[in-house]
Design a binder for this molecule. Structure first.
Ligand code: 0A1
Ligand code: ZN
Length: 881
């Protein structure tokens, strides 16, 4: 393991390499413990670089075993080799030369899952961001692009397939018991997109004919016996390929596209050129074992990785500071894809929920950073929701500001101008400036300023002059390292709704740009006046969440109800109901803390029940309306001195009150949306299930016994319904015989399916209350919990820390101490995983003082423990700062 050196990398220090890499030729002789890697690299000195400059290659835990220059041994005096660097001096000044590096690595001992490792008997690689340097010495940075030729030699037994990037060149017998395969990837790529997979795997195949008529072979490799569970992923892949052609004019560019599903993987998936590697959780699905959410995630992630072929691979990043160039844009693209495949409004609501519950807390806490940071200590810690999701929001704002046509022109220009480049965020934004003629220099601040802006709005209406006035003021809070902020360019989709539900068409708007329903807020304070408004309108602001901001708008409950009932923008209707719910939940939390009676506004409850009973609305939308703000959303709204127990009780009380008042409507929904007939994962069917299931959650608050959930568990014909029933049983009736029985049945039925047992682990990890920690501790001893597998660890420890506010934040601090021990122990084998789970502590300062003290103490224990990885040290120090 690399332990911390405390070194910080700065964007301002960027400079190109001294040597240009022309070609890469790699030969692997695979062995579980002793794989030989031979790398032949052709370089030439970049023009203008001093003839004495040495070639410096990156390594990580490597040991050099041979080194040739143009096929001749390099004398020891001419180079220095350490585990993390190879420096070669006295290289040709003008002519290209070949360096041949030989080294041996041990895939089986690689528990970090970076570089070449073994997973269930399969060889697999993960190179983003800096994993390639764990395979061989190399200029391991994204601005070094070259075509690769790969030869893989391995025992035939156990390695039916030998896969790498690009097109297949050929293969055959090698020597006794071994065979080989050769691949060539003609598209110059950085090392982080390299991949190699070898093993015995099952395969499903299909073809796709591209828009220019080329046939592409599609292959998905999974563990034997799991082939039928890859059918949905294949379908999603073909739809993604078609969509990228139709929507962005992007065609696939190799003869073959492969996906491999592996069971040990640190993240969701990886876009290696022509050979995507996936966490099997995001490939495998069938109705019996996967939920609707699993299907939606598979569709989204298959699309995401595929879309990277253009946004990430053909055009890559100059350096890791530009990560959001590929990630923010690709998330924007996958969100658009899912919106086209499903309900756009429901998708937007789900994305905004996710943004607010994950990115907003990051942006408002000690780990806040700009989407394009300017320094980092450990790049692995920057694969964050800010880079991904806020990055996607920024792309969406460009589309909103420019409008559809100019946005597409900008994208076309970007693809045309930067194909084959390692680009920067500046390059990207410039394409939109040129395509639209707009100056986006102020807009660019979104990339380099951290923090969620707050927009405060106040309104007035003057009947005499038929004028509506909207005053806006923006502030961006201070974040670590950025105390003062500049005003942002904030596009606010806005409508004025009249009494009759119509949207007003003002005769004139003054005070700033207002075009196609979008207000362009560019000043710190700006007042817009709308003329020709015949009666007092209701303001619907930031429709569709056109900008990722917090909004303060004094609006009466009546106005919000008007929006909730009549806005033509479904997102705004949902938002109005959420905005109505929040003060109720905050007030209830305070009441719980003060031992005062808890009461809810009757108007809010009535409107909610009316909306969910409206059959004209799609079921998935109604389910989103029923899903109240989460406990962490409420904590964020309260802001400081939080008591998670009180929030939990208050939210439950709200659910109980809604259940009581709406029992008829909820029962009717539960009865009407029973799944009849064969399961289909489509969005409409999934929406019906989600409405029925959330209705059942509410009904569990109105009922004394677990009967309804136990019956639903027994009757379930798909995993969505089964897992939901199990959640209700265990969360609402944790001590019941029915809950124990259902857990045992579930465990026995899926005993041989690790991905389903992850649900069994996470459902139990989420059970609230005092008993949680004991349960988690005992589950770490379960035979289903494999501490080396990231999915198992995330399901149990991750769900506990991120998704069980009362259990994790117990007042005695025991759970923080437990987490600290876990982090230190996980860090020894897998620093990336440990660091990510540790980010669950990022909001500790907003807890009430007793809990906050315990949290600080536990974090300090981690900080003081010896030999921490750079990953964990970076997070713990920032969280404590
Ligand atoms: N580029 C991938 C995410 C990813 C990043 C790092 C990894 O290393 C463990 C793996 C995957 C994506 O955006 O899907
Ligand atoms: Zn990505």
């Amino acid at each position: 393991m690399r332990t911390d050196t405390g070194q910080i990398v700065h964007l301002a220090d960027y400079r190109p390499t001294d040597f240009v890499l022309e070609r890469v030729d790699l030969t692997f002789e695979l062995d579980p413990q002793n794989t030989k890697v031979e790398a032949r690299l052709i370089f030439h000195r970049r023009e203008g670089v001093d003839a004495s400059a040495p070639l410096v290659l990156d390594g990580d835990e490597l040991m050099l075993s041979g080194l040739l220059l143009d096929q001749i041994d390099i004398p020891a005096a001419q180079y220095d080799a350490t585990p993390d660097r190879l420096t070669i001096r006295d290289l040709p000044a003008e002519t290209p030369f070949e360096i041949c590096v030989t080294n041996y690595i041990n895939p089986e001992a690689n528990t970090q899952l970076m570089g070449l490792y073994r997973t269930n008997g399969v060889y697999c690689t993960q190179c983003e961001a800096e994993g390639f340097r764990r395979i061989t010495y190399f200029p391991d940075r994204p601005d070094v692009l070259a075509p690769y030729t790969i030869t893989i030699v391995a025992a035939k037994e156990g390695n039916t397939f030998l896969l790498s990037n690009g097109n297949f060149l050929g293969g055959g017998n090698y020597d006794e018991g071994r065979h080989f395969a050769a691949w060539f990837d003609p598209h110059p790529k950085p090392s982080y997109l390299f991949a190699l997979v070898a093993g015995d795997l099952g395969l499903i195949e299909d073809t796709f004919t591209t828009m220019s008529g080329r046939d592409v072979a599609l292959k998905i490799y999974v563990e034997h016996g799991k082939e039928p569970r890859a059918a949905y992923a294949m379908d999603a892949l073909k739809r993604s390929m078609k969509w990228d052609e139709e929507r962005f004019g992007r065609e696939y560019d190799l003869d073959i596209f492969m996906i491999v599903a592996v069971s040990d993987f640190n993240m969701g998936a990886m876009e290696n050129k022509g050979l995507n590697v996936f966490n099997d959780k995001y490939v495998l699905a069938d109705p019996e074992t996967a939920t609707d959410a699993d299907y939606a995630n598979i569709e989204r992630i298959i699309a995401h990785e595929y879309f990277h072929n253009w946004t990430g691979n053909r055009i890559t990043c100059r350096d890791w500071f530009q990560l959001c160039l590929k990630e923010g844009l690709t998330v924007y693209r996958d969100q658009e894809f899912s919106s086209d495949m499903r309900s756009r409004a429901v998708k937007r609501i789900a994305d905004v929920r996710h943004l607010k519950s994950e990115q907003f807390p990051e942006d408002g806490g000690p780990l806040a950073h700009p989407p394009r940071p300017d320094k980092y200590r450990e790049i692995n810690n920057f694969y964050t929701t800010t880079v991904y999701e806020k990055g996607a929001e920024i792309t969406g704002m460009i589309a909103t500001i420019l409008g559809e046509d100019d946005f597409r022109k900008g994208m076309d220009l970007y693809f045309e101008r930067h194909d084959g480049d390692a680009a920067t965020v500046e390059d990207f934004v410039k394409c939109f400036e040129e395509a639209s003629g707009r100056d986006l220099s102020q807009f660019f601040r979104w990339y380099i300023q951290a923090g969620t802006p707050l927009v405060s709005a106040s309104t007035s209406y003057d009947a005499a002059s038929s004028t509506f006035t909207l005053s806006l003021e923006q502030t961006v809070p201070a974040t670590p390292g950025q105390s003062s902020k500049q005003a942002l360019y904030i596009p606010l989709s806005t409508a004025l709704i009249l009494d009759n539900g119509q949207i007003a068409a003002p005769s004139k708007v003054e005070g700033g740009e207002y075009k196609n329903g979008v207000l362009h807020l560019t000043e710190r304070s700006q007042t817009f006046s709308f003329s020709g408004i015949s009666s007092r309108p209701v303001l619907s602001l930031n429709r569709g969440f056109s900008a990722p901001i917090n909004l303060h708008l004094e609006q009466s409950a009546e106005d919000m109800v008007q929006i909730a009932r009549h806005d033509t923008d479904m997102f705004s209707r949902w938002q109005a109901l959420t905005t109505l719910a929040m003060p109720n939940l905050v007030k209830a939390t305070n009441a719980v803390r003060n031992d005062a009676p808890v009461a809810f506004d009757a108007g809010f409850i009535t409107t909610l029940i009316e909306v969910i009973g409206d059959d004209a609305l799609e079921p998935a939308f109604r389910a989103q309306v029923l899903a109240l703000p989460s406990e962490s959303d409420i904590a964020r709204e309260i802001g400081s001195s939080n008591d998670p127990d009180a929030i939990h009780q208050a939210r439950n009380a709200a659910m109980a009150a809604i259940a009581k008042a709406g029992v008829e409507t909820l029962t009717a929904l539960f009865d009407a949306f029973e799944d009849k007939g064969a399961y289909s994962p489509d969005a409409t069917s999934a929406g019906r299930r989600s409405l029925r299931n959330i209705a059942m959650s509410y009904l569990s608050f109105a009922e004394e016994t677990p009967k309804r959930a136990a019956d639903a568990f027994a009757a379930a014909s798909n995993m969505t319904d089964l897992a939901h029933a199990l959640s209700i049983l265990t969360q609402r009736f944790p001590d019941s015989a029915e809950a124990a029985q259902a857990l045992a049945t579930f465990e026995a039925r899926f005993a041989d399916n690790a991905l389903v047992l992850d649900k069994w682990l996470s459902i139990q990890a989420a059970i609230p209350g005092e008993g949680a920690l004991g349960r988690i501790k005992s589950l770490t001893g379960s035979k289903h919990f494999v501490g080396t597998n990231p999915n198992r660890v995330r399901s149990l420890i991750g769900t506990f820390a991120f998704g069980n506010p009362t259990g994790f934040n117990r007042a005695d601090g025991e759970a923080y101490r437990f987490l600290a021990e876990q982090i230190v122990s996980i860090d020894k084998r897998n620093p990336q995983l440990a660091a990510r789970i540790l980010t669950s502590m990022r909001s500790w300062r907003s807890l009430e003082p007793v809990r906050a003290d315990h949290a600080r103490a536990a974090l300090t224990t981690i900080e003081r423990s010896p030999a921490l990885s750079t990953d964990v040290r970076d997070i713990v120090e920032r969280v404590l700062k």
